[in-house]
Design a protein around this ligand. Structure first.
Ligand code: PHB
Length: 367
């Protein structure tokens, strides 16, 4: 079935999107070392995919403490800004639009990835039953269990918010069209949102309102830095369990959060289905419907989407835009393939993370 509604234009704030396909944020671990700096290779990869309505960059750490995997890019140094500038220029030269995803992994890390070998930070000192990816001093690299984190003190939280604002200012310098706050998939902001990873007894723990406080402060700081709420999106993953997070009452937590976000007139709310990252589908559709009904703005739906599921979500009014991840790894011309009803290349999971061109910029286009 060729796509129809998916190929219709969409107005996202002041950005005119030629279609409703979004390239989902995808960790690929291919930044230049040392320094986690985006390169010409990364620019080629994104530019190849520029016919998407909107590209969202791979998750990008806003500060050195925000890193949880070797070779992921940052947006906190001047070299990284210069590297990202090559990416945005290449995408804009192909008439594309690209947001940067602002990331802090919190407890999904290890002293080997942290400045001065420190412990990673988290809302509470609760170790995740999860993995990160480290590089040893001798250059060898491997998966590792995440370390026991240190609970952030109350007086450190303004510094965390400031790191997101700094990342946003740098994203503007680098020429991005906007930013997405990563509040999904068990990373720092999701660790604050979810009850099993946040056992704080101050104003940032306990009630849904308290657990949502940090993410809303981050959103407000990012909007203030950008000076335009219509250039700021946010990604959430209600009912996801990746990173060993679990919320006792996702309906209550995410309904509260979404109501608060609604009044902020953001570019979009990006909702990740529990798909490959694990989590429960039981009740997810009802929760998504409830969130959709509460949220008046643009909604992006991601996670295991096909042409058929995307068309259905659009026709049911469940989503306005559809994000594709694995299909975008393997099909730089996904828009053209959907338009032609053409077969898709299958993504090779062995080249998802790390390495060079292979499995990155060498997937063939049609014709
Ligand atoms: C990952 O590197 O496995 C990863 C990164 C960011 C996500 C999800 C997974 O949001």
């Amino acid at each position: 079935m060729p796509a129809q509604h998916l190929l219709s234009p969409f107005q996202l704030g002041s950005l005119s999107l030629p279609n409703r396909l979004v390239m989902a944020p995808l960790t690929r671990q291919r930044s230049l070392q040392p320094g986690n700096i985006p390169s010409e290779l990364n620019a080629t990869y994104y530019a190849q995919r520029a016919s998407a309505g909107l590209l969202i960059s791979e998750a990008t750490q806003v500060c050195a403490e925000g890193q949880g995997y070797a070779w992921t890019p940052g947006i906190h140094s001047a070299e990284q800004v210069a590297g990202w500038k090559q990416v945005t220029q290449a995408v804009h030269a192909r008439n594309g639009r690209i947001f940067l995803q602002l990331w802090h992994v919190g407890r999904i890390s290890h002293p080997l990835l942290q400045p001065n070998g420190a412990d990673p930070v988290a809302p509470s000192a609760i170790q995740a039953n999860a993995e990160c990816y480290v590089q040893e001093a001798d250059g060898s690299h491997h998966k590792a269990a995440t370390a026991m984190p240190r609970a952030l003190a109350l007086n450190e939280l303004p510094g965390v918010v400031a790191a997101y604002a700094h990342g946003t200012a740098n994203a503007l310098l680098a020429g991005f069209d906007g930013v997405e706050v990563h509040a999904a998939n068990g990373y720092l902001l999701d660790q604050f949102l979810c009850s099993n990873s946040n056992q704080r007894s101050d104003a940032y723990g306990g009630s849904a309102e308290n657990r949502a406080r940090l993410v809303l402060q981050v959103v407000d700081a990012v909007v203030a830095t950008l000076g335009d709420s219509s250039r700021v999106g946010i990604r959430i993953s209600p009912m996801g369990t990746f990173g060993d997070v679990h919320d006792a009452n996702p309906q209550e937590t995410f309904s509260y959060l979404v109501e608060q976000l609604n009044s902020r007139k953001l570019a979009y709310l990006h909702v990740n289905r529990p798909d490959w990252l694990g989590g429960s589908f039981d009740g997810f559709d009802q929760l998504l419907r409830a969130l959709r009904d509460r949220y008046q703005g643009t909604l992006i739906l991601a996670g295991g989407q096909t042409v058929e599921s995307g068309e259905q979500a659009l026709s049911e009014g469940l989503a306005d835009l559809l994000a594709y991840g694995r299909p975008y790894i393997a099909n730089p011309d996904l828009v053209e393939r959907f338009a032609a009803g053409a077969a898709l290349n299958q993504a090779d999971a062995s080249t998802f993370y790390g390495g060079g061109k292979q499995g990155y910029t060498d997937y063939p286009t049609l014709g």
